[in-house]
Write a new protein. Structure first.
Length: 336
């Protein structure tokens, strides 16, 4: 999650704002102090208007991310959240952001489905004086003034951690690797591929024999894996950029009469419940987590900004990693 320093600072700012809010409520005798106290900034009773454009509903990770945002940015917590699902289409996200600008929201937050093509619409938000917060995925805009901060995991590091585990636990002899890439052009797909290659390029035992996008979905991951199996008789390891594609690959491997996790090893990223269950069951061999629970930190960031505070331009969320034994231990208490 967000660095301890950031949260301490945010909590201090929030406490100060709450104290001011309660004092104002007491002196003015106005209505619902819980709403006033929750927002602190602006007139009493105002909610903070936030427009959020979500990538889609393509994976278990996305569902958990959406739930975290919608469960946190509530009216009881001082927010009026406008939420849209772009069905993994950039044009839908751009349209949603323009709609939020037209509605005059206080803040815009979004998870960019791909890295490129955002400068124009972000410039429009900037001209409208609406601060933009990137969550989960980054954009490749050179102009860093187009958004206030980017909160999300370090995808290159995730790919590197996978590669390092493969070096130490599988590629102690020559192995043929197939890679199920995430959505083409998305930050996690670009960076997870880079990280894995950075970690394994010095290991002559690792040979990537095929690499293709499965668009982060279980169905497309299964279809691509079926193609890999038909074209390559000797696959030793699948590197899936997310659990949903890994779960699709498991279905394809089993349909081909092979044992996932044994005949063909699988490594993946996310750590969603279905992925962790497959890991505990021995069908996946290693998972690096990508924490989707960004709602509380997004709320902290907005409340800090709304009370006149500042936030770091890059906030890296913490990710754990799990082998099969660790998955068995962690499953009972997983939040997603
Ligand atoms: C990563 C996120 C990715 C997940 C996928 O932060 O953007 O998108 O790894 C999801 O499961 O579809």
């Amino acid at each position: 999650m967000v660095s301890r320093t950031f949260r301490t600072r945010a909590m201090a700012a929030t406490v100060a704002v709450l104290a001011l809010g309660l004092a104002a409520c007491g002196s003015s005798g106005s209505g619902d102090s819980s709403t006033d106290a929750a927002t602190g900034g602006g007139d009493s009773g105002d909610l903070i208007n936030v427009g959020f454009s979500q990538v889609g509903a393509e994976s278990g990770w996305r569902a958990a991310n959406t739930k975290s945002i919608q469960d946190t940015l509530t009216k009881d917590n001082g927010f009026d959240l406008k939420f849209s699902d772009a069905q993994q289409k950039q044009e839908n996200q751009i349209q949603a952001i323009r709609s939020y600008i037209a509605q005059g929201v206080d803040y815009i937050a979004f998870s960019p489905v791909v890295e490129s093509g955002w400068d124009a619409v972000l410039e429009e938000a900037k001209q409208a004086n609406i601060p933009v917060i990137l969550t989960d995925r980054a954009v490749d805009s050179e102009d860093k003034s187009l958004y206030v901060t980017f909160i999300g995991s370090d995808f290159v590091e995730e790919g590197k951690r996978i590669g390092e585990w493969v070096n130490d636990n599988v590629a102690t002899e020559p192995i043929n690797v197939v890679e199920l890439q995430g959505t083409t052009g998305s930050a996690p797909a670009i960076d997870r591929k880079q990280g894995f290659e950075d970690a394994t390029k010095g290991n002559p035992n690792v040979k990537i024999i095929a690499s293709q996008t499965g668009n982060f979905t279980r169905a497309e991951g299964k279809t691509v894996m079926e193609g890999f199996l038909q074209a390559n008789p000797d696959i030793d390891l699948v590197y899936a950029h997310n659990d949903d594609m890994a779960l699709g690959a498991i279905e394809a491997i089993e349909a081909a009469g092979k044992k996932p996790g044994t005949d063909i090893k699988i490594v993946s990223i996310d750590g969603v419940k279905d992925g962790m269950q497959a890991l505990a069951d021995g069908k996946i061999n290693y998972i690096v987590e990508c924490n989707p629970l960004l709602g509380p930190d997004l709320a902290d960031i907005i409340k800090t900004l709304h009370s006149g505070g500042t936030v770091e331009p890059r906030i890296v969320t913490h990710d754990d990693a799990f082998d099969q034994a660790a998955a068995k231990e962690a499953l009972p208490t997983r939040q997603y």
